[in-house]
Design a protein around this ligand. Structure first.
Ligand code: ADE
Length: 236
């Protein structure tokens, strides 16, 4: 999969892209991530990307005549125009279902905003898939773009060592339960013991315990996940 990042702060991604699973996936050619510095498309001598909002109000707005040519040029760098995703708190909520949808694409273009947001005509012209990672406001779309890369990458075949591990994740299709409690050595710590069943060697019993634990935990913490209709989760 190819991912193009469009941002005013490409440095934010540097550490993230050069560590752990992501670094590995890039080195193995499973993922091709390119970042594009949006300010390069500012064509005045002050490199202006934003301006005061018409009608007044706080903050600055990213200019349509900078952002649209930038996205159009980045799109043209590959024969596949890809899916354009705009990170914004006004977008549809990111869920595992949306992650699965994005993971089916061969190319994603992640457009990160800053300041008060984009001129509305950016949306009107480019018709991006607007996505939010939650009902809170970040300083910009970069952290949200990382959440997308992180979650999508796990679903690309070969990225995770064990192919089954992503399909067993909580929230993946066919699994709408939280994960069971996990334990490892030492068996007793500060008087707290790991459940004896997990050390019994009886795999049938262990699986039963895990299933009950998943259900009880989900019921207590996220009863909404037990609803039959997952359409709510899609935000439709
Ligand atoms: N930009 C600012 N806040 C955001 C959020 N919650 N999700 C996606 N992009 C954002």
């Amino acid at each position: 999969m190819r991912i193009d990042l469009i941002t005013l702060f490409p440095g934010i991604f540097e550490g993230y892209l050069s560590e752990s699973i992501l670094k590995d996936a890039i080195e193995r050619g499973l993922l091709d991530v390119r970042s594009h510095y949006m300010r390069q498309w500012a064509n005045d001598k002050h490199n202006t990307m934003d301006d005061r909002p018409f009608g007044g109000g706080p903050g600055m707005v990213l200019k349509v005549d900078r952002v649209v040519p930038c996205v159009e040029e980045v799109r043209s760098y590959d024969a596949n125009p890809g899916r354009l995703v705009m990170l914004t708190p006004q977008g549809r909520p990111l869920t595992q279902r949306v992650v699965e949808e994005l993971a089916r694409e061969e190319r994603l273009i992640l457009l990160c905003g800053r300041y008060e947001g984009f001129d509305q005509r950016v949306v009107d012209i480019l018709r991006p898939d607007e996505i939010s990672i939650g009902d809170y406001v970040l300083n910009g779309g970069e952290v949200a773009a990382m959440a997308i890369i992180d979650s999508v990458m796990r679903l690309i075949p070969g990225v995770l060592g064990d192919e089954t591990s992503a399909s067993l994740d909580s929230f993946s299709s066919g699994n709408r339960l939280l994960e069971e409690d996990q334990y490892t050595r030492p068996r007793v710590y500060r008087g707290l013991s790991a459940p004896d069943i997990l050390l019994s060697g009886d795999h049938g019993l262990i699986e039963k315990w895990r299933e009950i634990n998943r259900k009880e935990k989900t019921f207590a913490r996220r009863p909404d996940l037990l609803d039959d209709d997952p359409s709510e989760e899609r935000g439709v």
